[in-house]
Design a protein around this ligand. Structure first.
Ligand SMILES: NC(=O)c1ccc[n+]([C@@H]2O[C@H](COP(=O)([O-])OP(=O)(O)OC[C@H]3O[C@@H](n4cnc5c(N)ncnc54)[C@H](OP(=O)(O)O)[C@@H]3O)[C@@H](O)[C@H]2O)c1
Length: 340
């Protein structure tokens, strides 16, 4: 016997990938519903070799459904996730709405799978921000060995992290560089994104950091260890899919680059590509469609005691969102619901 699964936001970037990954990983699905807004009623989406027609989230009854994978923004999540949870359907949410709620587990299965048992408090589990997910996958095995003290991270985040509108804006602006009569004003990003980089993701906070930067701090503490100090600079770059991160890590205990490389090679969810030669590292375009978090450029940082530096790349729509959510559903099924 399998599960009755709902994908909420099935016409979006993350929703598409959720359907792909459920099919690819042969998740035990007895029945599946694809939901979006009324605007998309009847839109066809693929699920393996099947085609599903999307229905309207607003009129959907979650009673009798087991798991709802939510990939809509926080506003729609605020309205509909509590309804699904109250109907007995466990919500796995991709928005930031519940991530910092002490009664909602925030899970990356390679890092804190034990947290899944906390799902029953609200019938909701949160999925982290895309840039946090890949970072903590890389930090966890090194933290277990040498205890991470402080992290400095600069992100290079693709436009798909801002939804399908973000991808359209990069595409349209890139075309208009060659055909200026066709130019459209920037609406999704605050400055031109084509052939540019923008050091601003999400809103500014009073501290001067952006909410995206704050999220990386708060989520790393919640998922991995509240004692870890982290400072982030989050930057939007003109890449369609795949987030990259330049990471400097300071440890309590000695750890050198060779040992870190050996540890990372043996760790779940990680693929080490680290040759000190031309092209001996991963770039975002090469990680698209993959499950792994790729780690390259592992080297000692001689400016601090026990420091190493890394380059971490992953598909933000997969490990950063849809794959992680499906892995949580698998974990929930295995550990708690026990149906599949
Ligand atoms: N992209 C990433 O890398 C990433 C990573 C982690 C988390 N997330 C989070 O995942 C969520 C979805 O992101 P995305 O990139 O997939 O966005 P997207 O491509 O813009 O898609 C948004 C989806 O939400 C649906 N939707 C929006 N408002 C709705 C409403 N009121 N009722 C019903 N459906 C509604 C849209 O349906 P229509 O097509 O009908 O408008 C569409 O299916 C967001 O909360 C985002 O922050 C994204």
């Amino acid at each position: 016997m399998g599960y009755r699964i709902v994908v909420v936001g099935a016409t979006g970037n993350v929703g598409h990938e959720m359907l792909n990954i459920l099919a690819e990983r042969e998740f035990p699905v007895d029945e599946i519903a694809a939901l979006a807004s009324r605007r998309s009623l009847g839109t066809e989406v693929s699920f393996g070799d099947r085609t599903l027609k999307t229905t309207d989230l607003d009129t959907f009854d979650f009673t009798g459904w087991d798991i709802a994978l939510f990939a809509v923004g926080s506003d729609a999540t605020k309205t509909y996730a509590p309804k699904a949870a109250a109907a007995g359907c466990v919500v796995i949410d991709n928005s930031s709405l519940y991530r910092y709620d002490p009664d909602v587990p925030l899970i990356v299965p390679e890092v804190n799978p034990q947290a899944v048992h906390g799902y029953a408090k609200k019938n909701i589990i949160a999925n982290p921000n895309c840039s946090t997910a890949q970072l903590v996958v890389a930090l966890k095995p090194l933290h277990d060995r040498a205890t991470v003290k402080r992290v400095v991270v600069a992100t290079y985040q693709s436009v798909s992290g801002a939804g399908k509108e973000g991808m359209d804006e990069l595409w349209d602006q890139t075309k208009s560089i060659y055909n200026p009569t066709d130019s459209k004003p920037a609406t999704k990003f605050t400055k031109q994104i084509a052939f540019n980089v923008i050091p601003h993701i999400d809103v500014f906070l009073d501290s001067g950091e952006t909410k995206e930067e704050w999220k990386m701090v708060a989520e790393t503490k919640k998922i991995l260890d509240p004692a870890i100090k982290l400072t982030a600079t989050c930057v939007r770059v003109p890449v369609f899919v795949g987030h990259s991160e330049a990471v400097n890590i300071e440890f309590e205990n000695p750890l050198d680059a060779d040992e870190a490389r050996d540890i990372l090679r043996e760790s779940p969810g990680i693929m080490v590509i680290d040759k000190r030669e031309d092209g001996g590292y991963v770039t975002p375009i090469e990680c698209v469609g993959d499950y792994a978090t790729f780690v390259s450029r592992i080297r000692d940082d001689s400016t601090v005691d026990n420091g190493i530096s890394l380059w971490v790349v992953s598909d933000n729509l997969r490990k950063g969102a849809a794959l992680n959510a499906v892995q949580i559903a698998e974990l929930l099924g295995r550990e708690c619901l026990k149906k599949g």
